[in-house]
Ligand binder design. Structure first.
Ligand SMILES: NC(=O)C1=CN([C@@H]2O[C@H](COP(=O)(O)OP(=O)(O)OC[C@H]3O[C@@H](n4cnc5c(N)ncnc54)[C@H](OP(=O)(O)O)[C@@H]3O)[C@@H](O)[C@H]2O)C=CC1
Ligand SMILES: CC1=C(/C=C/C(C)=C/C=C/C(C)=C/C=O)C(C)(C)CCC1
Length: 316
């Protein structure tokens, strides 16, 4: 099988970085990775992780998904502009009461998470259609199918991504192109750190007391625990993504976190849409202690299974 050209956005950290490294280190050398980032000053962690493969199975290029010209320049620099697999990964989060967010902050999230994907496809899709081959892989989120308290605009940006892709997938089929949405639950990356830090610094004076209190004492208070108990690593999500890229018949949607799927299943179980909202409400406002205890229990189980796995490993 010929080596596939893979372009990944947002490779300075997190899922993009882990995926770029995993694909560049593929034993069978099945991929040539174009790992892109908006700010090349941040390339050191990727260079270090990829080591001697740099310049062989992986090249680093500048690409800002909010800048059409930078996308064009990057794609033009790839031999024959051939991109077999596009991984649209670049993204950002935003949490908090909407009363305390500016429209400009919200627009930046939409511009990055949604229009970033649209800009990439406007440049790359026509070539894929002409060749009648290509796989478009989008790092969406469980929030692309289900909203979460205080993530209103972020969830909207991922819903936009999913609606866009669901529409495009029908046309793509006609051109023999594949589209896959990867839907991770919480992942421990820079995203999680940045979102939490911004949430902690947020000026809550525009919100009423009850809302501000809810954000601080429910959302932010439980945030770290959620990520510690349910969170995956970027490497884990990268492993799922590579499996989807290598699949003969890749699915349109793939959730990476089995601990989270019971929540998203509620959405598909009730056509009225009330069930997930009621459950989230009860979990947060009525059964918070049981919820917190369950999270601690999951954390303990995961810690114990990791520990016994480590003990089972041969010593180095
Ligand atoms: N972490 C999580 O819990 C989850 C994350 N996701 C999604 O995964 C994707 C990757 O996030 P994750 O790895 O967690 O977070 P990181 O913050 O570690 O990575 C995000 C990447 O996107 C880049 N980026 C942001 N804006 C732009 C832009 N305009 N142009 C190009 N690159 C940009 C960042 O670059 P820079 O360093 O310059 O800011 C960074 O490389 C996102 O789409 C996110 O929505 C989905 C589900 C859960
Ligand atoms: C903190 C917190 C909650 C959950 C937060 C989650 C699950 C965040 C997931 C983030 C993701 C998936 C980001 C990227 O796409 C609940 C349950 C509302 C209860 C209140 C506190």
């Amino acid at each position: 099988m010929a080596r596939r050209n893979v372009l990944i956005t947002g490779c300075s950290s997190g899922i993009g970085l882990a995926l770029a490294v995993k694909m560049a280190k593929d034993e069978q050398k099945r991929f040539k990775v174009y790992a892109t980032m908006r700010n090349l000053a941040k390339k050191e962690p990727l260079e270090e992780a990829v080591g001697r493969r740099l310049g062989r199975t992986l090249e680093i290029k500048q690409l800002d998904v909010c800048d059409e010209q930078s996308i064009k320049t990057c794609v033009n620099s790839i031999p024959d502009r051939r991109i077999d697999v596009l991984v649209s990964n670049a993204g950002m989060g935003l949490i908090g009461p909407i009363e305390c967010q500016t429209i400009d902050e919200m627009k930046t999230v939409m511009d990055t998470n949604f229009f970033g994907l649209v800009r990439l496809l406007k440049e790359i899709l026509p070539d894929m259609k002409k060749r009648k081959s290509g796989h478009i892989v989008i790092i969406s989120s469980v929030m692309g199918i289900q909203g979460i308290l205080f993530n209103d605009v972020y969830a909207a940006s991922k819903f936009a991504v999913e609606g866009f892709c669901e529409s495009l997938a029908i046309q793509a089929l006609k051109f023999k192109l594949q589209l896959s949405l990867i839907e991770p639950g919480p992942v421990v990356t820079e995203f999680e750190r940045k979102v939490f830090e911004d949430g902690m610094k947020m000026d809550l004076s525009a919100a009423d007391e009850e809302t501000a209190e809810m954000f601080t004492n429910i959302y932010l208070k439980n945030y770290k625990q959620i990520f510690q108990s349910l969170g995956q690593s970027a490497e884990d999500v990268a492993e799922h993504t590579v499996k989807i890229i290598l699949a003969e018949n890749p699915p349109f949607r793939h959730q990476t976190n089995t601990l989270y799927t019971p929540m998203t299943t509620l959405k598909y179980a009730d056509p009225n849409g009330d069930l997930p909202i009621d459950i989230f409400y009860k979990m947060v406002f009525h059964h918070d202690k049981i919820f917190s205890a369950s999270l601690n229990f999951i954390k303990l189980l995961r810690w114990r299974s990791r520990k016994s796995f480590d003990l089972g490993k041969p010593s180095q």
